[in-house]
Design a protein around this ligand. Structure first.
Ligand SMILES: Nc1ncnc2c1ncn2[C@@H]1O[C@H](COP(=O)(O)OP(=O)(O)OP(=O)(O)O)[C@@H](O)[C@H]1O
Ligand SMILES: [Mg+2]
Length: 348
Protein backbone atom coordinates (compact mmCIF):
# COMPACT_ATOMS: atom_id res chain seq x y z
CA UNK A 1 0.00 0.00 0.00
CA UNK A 2 1.33 3.43 -0.80
CA UNK A 3 1.10 6.59 1.29
CA UNK A 4 -1.68 8.11 -0.76
CA UNK A 5 -3.89 5.10 0.01
CA UNK A 6 -3.52 5.77 3.74
CA UNK A 7 -4.07 9.47 3.18
CA UNK A 8 -7.30 8.72 1.32
CA UNK A 9 -8.35 6.38 4.08
CA UNK A 10 -7.88 9.12 6.68
CA UNK A 11 -9.51 11.83 4.56
CA UNK A 12 -12.57 9.70 3.99
CA UNK A 13 -13.08 8.97 7.67
CA UNK A 14 -16.23 10.47 9.13
CA UNK A 15 -14.37 11.89 12.16
CA UNK A 16 -11.78 14.65 12.42
CA UNK A 17 -8.46 12.88 12.93
CA UNK A 18 -5.57 14.90 14.28
CA UNK A 19 -2.02 14.72 15.61
CA UNK A 20 -0.24 17.33 17.73
CA UNK A 21 3.33 17.78 18.87
CA UNK A 22 4.40 18.05 22.50
CA UNK A 23 3.59 21.76 22.41
CA UNK A 24 -0.02 21.04 21.50
CA UNK A 25 0.34 22.29 17.90
CA UNK A 26 -1.35 20.48 15.05
CA UNK A 27 1.03 18.40 12.91
CA UNK A 28 -1.66 16.56 11.01
CA UNK A 29 -5.38 16.93 10.49
CA UNK A 30 -7.58 15.13 7.96
CA UNK A 31 -9.94 16.64 5.40
CA UNK A 32 -12.97 16.33 7.68
CA UNK A 33 -12.23 19.76 9.19
CA UNK A 34 -13.61 21.30 5.98
CA UNK A 35 -17.10 20.34 7.19
CA UNK A 36 -16.49 22.61 10.16
CA UNK A 37 -15.46 25.50 7.92
CA UNK A 38 -11.66 25.16 8.18
CA UNK A 39 -8.97 24.56 5.56
CA UNK A 40 -6.49 22.01 6.84
CA UNK A 41 -3.54 24.21 5.83
CA UNK A 42 -4.69 27.05 8.07
CA UNK A 43 -4.76 24.72 11.06
CA UNK A 44 -1.31 23.17 10.65
CA UNK A 45 1.07 24.42 13.37
CA UNK A 46 -1.90 26.01 15.16
CA UNK A 47 -2.85 24.81 18.64
CA UNK A 48 -5.43 22.02 18.68
CA UNK A 49 -7.54 24.47 20.63
CA UNK A 50 -8.19 26.35 17.41
CA UNK A 51 -10.57 23.56 16.42
CA UNK A 52 -11.89 23.15 19.94
CA UNK A 53 -12.39 26.87 20.18
CA UNK A 54 -14.51 29.64 21.73
CA UNK A 55 -16.48 27.83 24.39
CA UNK A 56 -13.30 26.22 25.65
CA UNK A 57 -11.12 29.29 25.82
CA UNK A 58 -11.72 29.60 29.55
CA UNK A 59 -10.78 25.96 30.06
CA UNK A 60 -7.56 26.07 28.06
CA UNK A 61 -5.34 24.62 30.71
CA UNK A 62 -7.81 22.02 31.65
CA UNK A 63 -7.92 20.78 28.07
CA UNK A 64 -4.14 20.57 27.90
CA UNK A 65 -3.99 18.37 30.97
CA UNK A 66 -6.86 16.28 29.66
CA UNK A 67 -5.01 15.74 26.41
CA UNK A 68 -1.94 14.53 28.28
CA UNK A 69 -3.32 11.05 28.89
CA UNK A 70 -5.28 8.53 26.81
CA UNK A 71 -8.93 9.18 27.29
CA UNK A 72 -12.31 10.02 25.85
CA UNK A 73 -14.27 13.05 26.83
CA UNK A 74 -17.25 14.91 25.56
CA UNK A 75 -17.36 18.64 25.01
CA UNK A 76 -19.34 21.43 23.45
CA UNK A 77 -17.48 23.19 20.67
CA UNK A 78 -18.25 25.96 18.21
CA UNK A 79 -16.98 25.55 14.64
CA UNK A 80 -15.58 28.26 12.38
CA UNK A 81 -19.08 29.15 11.16
CA UNK A 82 -20.21 29.67 14.75
CA UNK A 83 -22.38 26.52 14.90
CA UNK A 84 -22.45 24.57 18.16
CA UNK A 85 -21.68 20.87 18.30
CA UNK A 86 -21.42 18.23 20.94
CA UNK A 87 -18.31 16.22 20.21
CA UNK A 88 -16.49 13.25 21.62
CA UNK A 89 -12.71 13.69 21.67
CA UNK A 90 -10.47 10.69 22.05
CA UNK A 91 -6.77 11.14 22.46
CA UNK A 92 -3.76 8.96 23.13
CA UNK A 93 -0.01 9.55 23.27
CA UNK A 94 1.95 9.36 20.02
CA UNK A 95 5.27 7.61 20.57
CA UNK A 96 8.48 7.46 18.55
CA UNK A 97 10.11 4.09 17.87
CA UNK A 98 12.19 4.41 21.05
CA UNK A 99 8.99 4.88 23.10
CA UNK A 100 9.42 8.60 23.78
CA UNK A 101 6.21 10.62 23.66
CA UNK A 102 6.40 12.98 20.69
CA UNK A 103 2.82 14.21 20.76
CA UNK A 104 -0.76 13.06 20.84
CA UNK A 105 -3.10 11.62 18.25
CA UNK A 106 -6.85 11.34 18.36
CA UNK A 107 -10.18 11.98 16.76
CA UNK A 108 -13.10 14.33 17.25
CA UNK A 109 -16.52 12.83 16.55
CA UNK A 110 -19.69 14.89 16.11
CA UNK A 111 -22.25 13.29 18.45
CA UNK A 112 -24.86 16.07 18.29
CA UNK A 113 -27.39 13.93 16.38
CA UNK A 114 -26.84 10.88 18.61
CA UNK A 115 -27.53 13.07 21.61
CA UNK A 116 -30.74 14.46 20.14
CA UNK A 117 -31.92 10.92 19.35
CA UNK A 118 -31.09 9.73 22.87
CA UNK A 119 -33.02 12.65 24.32
CA UNK A 120 -36.03 11.94 22.12
CA UNK A 121 -35.99 8.29 23.16
CA UNK A 122 -35.73 9.20 26.84
CA UNK A 123 -38.64 11.58 26.46
CA UNK A 124 -40.78 8.90 24.81
CA UNK A 125 -39.93 6.39 27.55
CA UNK A 126 -40.90 9.00 30.13
CA UNK A 127 -44.22 9.59 28.39
CA UNK A 128 -44.92 5.87 28.07
CA UNK A 129 -44.36 5.27 31.79
CA UNK A 130 -46.44 8.34 32.62
CA UNK A 131 -49.24 6.82 30.54
CA UNK A 132 -48.97 3.48 32.36
CA UNK A 133 -48.99 5.18 35.76
CA UNK A 134 -52.04 7.24 34.84
CA UNK A 135 -53.84 4.15 33.54
CA UNK A 136 -53.06 2.33 36.80
CA UNK A 137 -54.59 5.15 38.82
CA UNK A 138 -57.57 5.42 36.49
CA UNK A 139 -58.21 1.72 36.95
CA UNK A 140 -58.22 2.10 40.75
CA UNK A 141 -60.60 5.05 40.57
CA UNK A 142 -63.12 3.44 38.27
CA UNK A 143 -64.80 1.06 40.73
CA UNK A 144 -65.18 3.47 43.68
CA UNK A 145 -66.47 6.02 41.19
CA UNK A 146 -69.25 3.79 39.92
CA UNK A 147 -70.14 3.01 43.52
CA UNK A 148 -70.41 6.77 44.28
CA UNK A 149 -72.54 7.21 41.19
CA UNK A 150 -74.87 4.39 42.13
CA UNK A 151 -75.26 5.54 45.73
CA UNK A 152 -75.95 9.11 44.65
CA UNK A 153 -78.75 7.85 42.44
CA UNK A 154 -80.21 5.73 45.27
CA UNK A 155 -80.01 8.59 47.80
CA UNK A 156 -81.58 11.04 45.40
CA UNK A 157 -84.56 8.72 44.98
CA UNK A 158 -84.95 7.79 48.65
CA UNK A 159 -84.51 11.19 50.24
CA UNK A 160 -86.89 13.02 47.90
CA UNK A 161 -84.78 16.19 48.25
CA UNK A 162 -86.20 19.70 48.07
CA UNK A 163 -85.55 21.72 44.94
CA UNK A 164 -82.50 23.41 46.54
CA UNK A 165 -81.00 20.08 47.65
CA UNK A 166 -81.74 18.53 44.31
CA UNK A 167 -79.38 21.06 42.76
CA UNK A 168 -76.55 19.80 45.01
CA UNK A 169 -77.27 16.24 43.96
CA UNK A 170 -77.15 17.26 40.35
CA UNK A 171 -73.83 19.08 40.72
CA UNK A 172 -72.36 15.99 42.38
CA UNK A 173 -73.71 13.76 39.61
CA UNK A 174 -72.31 16.02 36.91
CA UNK A 175 -68.89 16.00 38.53
CA UNK A 176 -68.98 12.21 38.78
CA UNK A 177 -69.83 12.07 35.06
CA UNK A 178 -66.83 14.35 34.35
CA UNK A 179 -64.53 12.12 36.33
CA UNK A 180 -65.88 9.07 34.53
CA UNK A 181 -65.12 10.70 31.19
CA UNK A 182 -61.53 11.44 32.24
CA UNK A 183 -61.04 7.90 33.53
CA UNK A 184 -62.37 6.45 30.27
CA UNK A 185 -60.14 8.75 28.21
CA UNK A 186 -57.14 7.77 30.30
CA UNK A 187 -57.75 4.06 29.99
CA UNK A 188 -58.35 4.54 26.28
CA UNK A 189 -55.07 6.41 25.93
CA UNK A 190 -53.03 3.75 27.69
CA UNK A 191 -54.63 0.81 25.89
CA UNK A 192 -52.47 -0.59 23.08
CA UNK A 193 -54.08 0.29 19.76
CA UNK A 194 -55.16 -2.50 17.42
CA UNK A 195 -56.01 -1.16 14.01
CA UNK A 196 -58.78 -2.44 11.83
CA UNK A 197 -57.38 -1.28 8.48
CA UNK A 198 -59.67 -1.15 5.44
CA UNK A 199 -59.50 0.54 2.04
CA UNK A 200 -62.19 3.17 2.13
CA UNK A 201 -63.18 6.61 0.97
CA UNK A 202 -61.15 9.16 2.93
CA UNK A 203 -63.25 12.18 2.03
CA UNK A 204 -66.49 10.47 3.05
CA UNK A 205 -64.96 9.77 6.46
CA UNK A 206 -63.81 13.37 6.84
CA UNK A 207 -67.27 14.61 5.87
CA UNK A 208 -68.75 12.30 8.53
CA UNK A 209 -66.41 13.84 11.13
CA UNK A 210 -67.64 17.29 10.13
CA UNK A 211 -71.26 16.14 10.37
CA UNK A 212 -70.72 14.89 13.91
CA UNK A 213 -69.23 18.27 14.82
CA UNK A 214 -72.14 20.29 13.42
CA UNK A 215 -73.81 21.07 16.79
CA UNK A 216 -70.52 22.31 18.29
CA UNK A 217 -69.78 24.42 15.20
CA UNK A 218 -73.23 25.93 15.33
CA UNK A 219 -72.99 26.68 19.02
CA UNK A 220 -69.66 28.43 18.58
CA UNK A 221 -70.48 30.14 15.32
CA UNK A 222 -67.58 28.59 13.42
CA UNK A 223 -67.51 27.45 9.81
CA UNK A 224 -65.33 24.64 8.49
CA UNK A 225 -64.25 24.92 4.87
CA UNK A 226 -63.47 21.48 3.43
CA UNK A 227 -61.04 21.37 0.50
CA UNK A 228 -60.66 17.74 -0.63
CA UNK A 229 -57.93 17.02 -3.17
CA UNK A 230 -59.69 15.22 -6.08
CA UNK A 231 -56.51 13.20 -6.67
CA UNK A 232 -57.29 11.23 -3.50
CA UNK A 233 -60.03 8.63 -3.41
CA UNK A 234 -59.52 5.50 -1.38
CA UNK A 235 -57.09 5.21 1.48
CA UNK A 236 -56.20 2.46 3.93
CA UNK A 237 -57.06 3.42 7.50
CA UNK A 238 -58.97 2.45 10.61
CA UNK A 239 -62.30 4.20 10.34
CA UNK A 240 -63.05 4.69 14.04
CA UNK A 241 -59.50 5.64 14.96
CA UNK A 242 -59.05 8.18 12.17
CA UNK A 243 -62.47 9.62 13.04
CA UNK A 244 -61.35 10.06 16.64
CA UNK A 245 -58.02 11.63 15.65
CA UNK A 246 -59.69 14.10 13.29
CA UNK A 247 -62.32 14.96 15.87
CA UNK A 248 -59.61 15.80 18.43
CA UNK A 249 -57.69 17.98 15.96
CA UNK A 250 -60.81 19.81 14.74
CA UNK A 251 -62.09 20.35 18.28
CA UNK A 252 -58.78 21.98 19.22
CA UNK A 253 -59.02 24.24 16.17
CA UNK A 254 -62.59 25.19 17.05
CA UNK A 255 -61.74 25.81 20.70
CA UNK A 256 -58.87 28.10 19.70
CA UNK A 257 -60.95 30.13 17.22
CA UNK A 258 -63.08 33.21 17.79
CA UNK A 259 -66.78 33.04 16.99
CA UNK A 260 -67.44 33.88 13.36
CA UNK A 261 -64.10 32.55 12.12
CA UNK A 262 -63.35 29.77 9.67
CA UNK A 263 -61.34 26.58 10.03
CA UNK A 264 -59.92 24.97 6.89
CA UNK A 265 -59.71 21.21 6.49
CA UNK A 266 -57.73 20.21 3.44
CA UNK A 267 -56.36 17.01 1.93
CA UNK A 268 -53.35 16.77 -0.38
CA UNK A 269 -52.02 13.85 -2.35
CA UNK A 270 -48.23 13.90 -2.34
CA UNK A 271 -46.72 15.36 -5.51
CA UNK A 272 -43.81 12.97 -5.71
CA UNK A 273 -44.61 9.32 -6.31
CA UNK A 274 -44.03 8.13 -2.76
CA UNK A 275 -44.83 11.36 -0.96
CA UNK A 276 -47.21 10.90 1.97
CA UNK A 277 -50.87 11.78 1.81
CA UNK A 278 -51.67 14.81 3.96
CA UNK A 279 -54.65 15.99 5.95
CA UNK A 280 -54.30 19.60 7.12
CA UNK A 281 -56.40 21.46 9.64
CA UNK A 282 -55.74 25.18 9.72
CA UNK A 283 -57.27 27.65 12.13
CA UNK A 284 -56.87 31.39 12.53
CA UNK A 285 -57.20 31.30 16.29
CA UNK A 286 -54.97 32.23 19.18
CA UNK A 287 -52.03 30.03 18.21
CA UNK A 288 -49.40 28.42 20.44
CA UNK A 289 -46.35 30.15 21.96
CA UNK A 290 -43.09 28.69 20.52
CA UNK A 291 -41.97 27.66 24.03
CA UNK A 292 -45.15 25.63 24.53
CA UNK A 293 -45.15 23.91 21.16
CA UNK A 294 -42.90 21.12 22.39
CA UNK A 295 -45.37 20.15 25.13
CA UNK A 296 -48.60 19.89 23.15
CA UNK A 297 -48.25 16.13 22.53
CA UNK A 298 -47.49 15.39 26.20
CA UNK A 299 -50.35 13.61 27.95
CA UNK A 300 -52.08 15.98 30.42
CA UNK A 301 -50.57 19.12 28.90
CA UNK A 302 -53.49 21.49 28.58
CA UNK A 303 -53.94 25.24 28.71
CA UNK A 304 -57.73 24.94 28.69
CA UNK A 305 -59.54 25.11 32.03
CA UNK A 306 -61.64 22.03 31.26
CA UNK A 307 -59.14 20.20 29.06
CA UNK A 308 -57.66 16.82 30.01
CA UNK A 309 -54.68 17.30 27.73
CA UNK A 310 -55.03 13.89 26.13
CA UNK A 311 -56.44 15.00 22.76
CA UNK A 312 -53.18 15.39 20.83
CA UNK A 313 -51.44 12.49 22.61
CA UNK A 314 -54.23 10.25 21.34
CA UNK A 315 -53.94 11.75 17.83
CA UNK A 316 -50.23 11.03 17.74
CA UNK A 317 -50.69 7.47 19.01
CA UNK A 318 -53.28 6.76 16.34
CA UNK A 319 -51.35 8.31 13.44
CA UNK A 320 -48.08 6.68 14.47
CA UNK A 321 -49.86 3.34 14.51
CA UNK A 322 -50.77 4.04 10.88
CA UNK A 323 -47.01 4.60 10.33
CA UNK A 324 -47.72 8.28 9.77
CA UNK A 325 -46.69 11.46 11.54
CA UNK A 326 -48.24 14.58 13.04
CA UNK A 327 -46.64 18.01 12.95
CA UNK A 328 -47.84 21.38 14.17
CA UNK A 329 -46.90 24.85 13.03
CA UNK A 330 -48.25 27.80 14.89
CA UNK A 331 -47.92 31.53 15.21
CA UNK A 332 -49.33 33.17 18.34
CA UNK A 333 -52.18 35.46 17.42
CA UNK A 334 -52.28 34.25 13.80
CA UNK A 335 -53.29 30.59 13.98
CA UNK A 336 -52.25 26.97 13.88
CA UNK A 337 -51.84 24.29 11.22
CA UNK A 338 -51.91 20.62 12.18
CA UNK A 339 -50.61 18.28 9.49
CA UNK A 340 -51.36 14.57 9.60
CA UNK A 341 -49.33 12.49 7.16
CA UNK A 342 -50.15 8.95 6.17
CA UNK A 343 -47.55 6.93 4.25
CA UNK A 344 -47.76 6.93 0.46
CA UNK A 345 -48.53 3.22 0.43
CA UNK A 346 -51.80 4.10 2.08
CA UNK A 347 -52.90 6.61 -0.57
CA UNK A 348 -55.54 5.50 -3.03
N1 LIG B 1 -55.36 24.52 17.22
C1 LIG B 1 -54.82 24.93 18.38
N2 LIG B 1 -54.65 26.25 18.65
C2 LIG B 1 -54.10 26.67 19.79
N3 LIG B 1 -53.65 25.82 20.77
C3 LIG B 1 -53.77 24.50 20.55
C4 LIG B 1 -54.35 23.98 19.37
N4 LIG B 1 -54.31 22.63 19.45
C5 LIG B 1 -53.75 22.32 20.63
N5 LIG B 1 -53.42 23.44 21.31
C6 LIG B 1 -52.76 23.53 22.63
O1 LIG B 1 -52.31 22.24 22.99
C7 LIG B 1 -52.87 21.84 24.23
C8 LIG B 1 -53.05 20.34 24.25
O2 LIG B 1 -54.04 19.96 23.31
P1 LIG B 1 -54.83 18.59 23.58
O3 LIG B 1 -55.85 18.42 22.53
O4 LIG B 1 -53.83 17.50 23.76
O5 LIG B 1 -55.51 18.84 24.98
P2 LIG B 1 -56.73 19.78 25.35
O6 LIG B 1 -57.45 20.22 24.11
O7 LIG B 1 -56.24 20.84 26.25
O8 LIG B 1 -57.64 18.79 26.19
P3 LIG B 1 -58.52 17.55 25.63
O9 LIG B 1 -58.25 17.47 24.15
O10 LIG B 1 -57.99 16.37 26.36
O11 LIG B 1 -59.89 17.90 25.96
C9 LIG B 1 -54.13 22.66 24.36
O12 LIG B 1 -54.53 22.83 25.72
C10 LIG B 1 -53.72 23.99 23.73
O13 LIG B 1 -52.94 24.74 24.62
MG1 LIG C 1 -57.98 18.82 22.66
Amino acid sequence: MNASFYEQLLDNASDVIWAIDTEGRITYVNDCVREWGYEREELLTQPLLSILNTKLIGKRENVHTLLGISQIHEMEIVNKRGESYTVMVKSSPLRAEDGAVIGMIGFIRDVTKTHLLEEKLKNEERLASLGRLAAGIAHEIRNPLSSIKMNLTILKKRLRPSLADLEHFEIAQEEVANLERIVTELLDYAKPITLNLRWQNLHERLAAVLASLRPVLKERGIKVEFKPDPAISMALFDQGKLHQAMLNVLLNAVQASRPGSTVIMETRAGEAEHAPLQILVRDFGKGIEPDNLKYVFDPFYSTRSNGTGLGLSVVRNIIRNHNGSVTIESEPGAGTTVRLELPAGLAG
